[in-house]
Design a protein around this ligand. Structure first.
Ligand code: NDP
Length: 262
C-alpha cells in the first residue's frame, strides 16, 4: 500500500517520518513517500501513482479541493484539503489541519482569538475556531486575502487599519514570518500590546524558536509551536486512511509512534 505527501517543494516535509513510523509500529504493510508535483495543471495525473491515500501541502491544498469528487466535514467551509483518499475511482477530500490545531488548544476553553495572516492555514484555523464558538478576528498585511474571510463573516483588518480595542485569549501566528526571515509577523509595539493581554501565543511554525514566540516568552506569556498540530493532523489523516481500507489498529500505539517519531 502506497501513500505520499504531495507538494512543491516537498523535501522538507516530515509527513513520511510520521506515517512510516506508524506503519512500522503497528505492523501494517504500508509505505509513505514524497511526491513533488511540478504544477497544478498536472494534478489529475496523480491517479497514475496508484496511491491509496495522500496528504497535500503548499501550494496545492485548494487545487486538491477542486479535484475532489466528494469533500467531508470542515474542508467544505475551508475550501482546501490536506488529506485525500483514492477509493473506487473517486477522490475523497478531508481537512485535518483544522482539527489538528484545535486539539492543541481545546483544554483552554478560550472565548476569543486573533489570527495573524490570511493564507490557507489561517482559513483552516479560523473555520475550526468559528465552528467551536470562539470569536475570531483576522489581521493581515494585505487586503486582498481578507476578502474570503469577510465573506465567511469574520471580523477582519489589515495591519495598517488595526487599533487594539479589546484583548484576545490567544494570538496565533499563521504567517511564515520568522521562518524565512528572522522577523516578527507584525510591528513590535502592536504585537506587544496584543500579547501582554493574552493567555497563549501560538505559532504554526515548528522546529525553531521564532521571534514571535521569543517576544511572548520575554513578556512571560505561555507559548506553543506548531509541532503538536503537525502530529495531530498526521494522526487524523492516518485514521482516515486506515478507516477507508477497513484496517484496525491500537490507537494508543498510533499516537505514541507519531509522537516519538519527531
Ligand atoms: P500562505 O502562503 O497561504 O499564507 C501566508 C500568509 O502570511 C499570508 O496572509 C501573507 O500575507 C502572510 N505573510 C507572509 N509573509 C509575511 C511577513 N513577512 N509578514 C507578515 N505577513 C506575512 O501560507 P500557509 O497559510 O499555507 O502557511 C503559513 C505557515 O503555517 C507556514 O509557515 C507553514 O509552515 C505553517 N503551517 C504549519 C502547519 C502545522 O501543522 N504546524 C500546517 C500548515 C501550515 P499577504 O496576504 O500580505 O501576503
Amino acid at each position: 500500500m502506497q501513500f505520499a505527501v504531495i507538494g512543491n517543494p516537498i523535501t522538507h516535509s516530515l509527513s513520511p517520518l510520521l506515517h512510516n513510523s506508524a506503519f512500522r509500529t503497528l505492523g501494517i504493510k504500508g509505505y509513505y513517500g514524497r511526491y513533488c508535483l511540478d504544477n497544478s495543471e498536472n494534478f489529475s495525473t496523480l491517479t497514475s501513482l496508484k496511491l491509496k491515500g495522500a496528504n497535500v501541502t503548499i501550494p496545492y491544498k485548494e487545487t486538491a479541493f477542486s479535484h475532489c469528487d466528494e469533500v467531508f466535514g470542515i474542508a467544505k467551509q475551508i475550501q482546501a484539503v490536506n488529506t485525500l483518499v483514492f477509493k473506487e475511482n473517486k477522490l475523497l477530500g478531508y481537512n485535518t489541519d483544522a482539527l489538528g490545531f484545535y486539539q492543541c488548544i481545546e483544554k483552554f476553553q478560550f472565548k476569543n482569538a486573533l489570527i495573524l495572516g490570511a493564507g490557507g492555514s489561517a482559513k483552516a484555523v479560523a473555520c475550526i475556531l468559528k465552528d467551536k464558538g470562539i470569536t475570531t478576528t483576522i489581521l493581515n498585511r494585505s487586503k486582498e486575502r481578507l476578502e474570503s474571510f469577510i465573506a465567511l463573516g469574520f471580523q477582519c483588518s489589515t495591519y495598517d487599519n488595526f487599533f487594539k480595542q479589546e484583548s484576545y485569549d490567544i494570538i496565533i501566528n499563521t504567517t511564515p514570518s520568522g521562518l524565512i526571515q528572522n522577523s516578527l509577523p507584525l510591528e513590535e509595539s502592536k504585537l506587544k500590546a496584543l500579547l501582554e493581554d493574552s493567555k497563549l501565543a501560538f505559532d504554526l511554525i515548528y522546529g525553531i524558536q521564532t521571534p514571535f514566540l521569543n517576544l511572548a516568552k520575554n513578556l512571560h506569556i505561555p507559548t506553543q509551536d506548531g509541532k503538536m498540530m503537525l502530529i495531530n493532523q498526521a494522526i487524523l489523516a492516518f485514521e482516515i486512511f486506515m478507516d477507508s481500507l477497513g484496517i484496525t489498529y491500537h490507537k494508543n500505539n498510533l499516537i505514541s509512534s507519531m509522537q516519538n517519531a519527531l
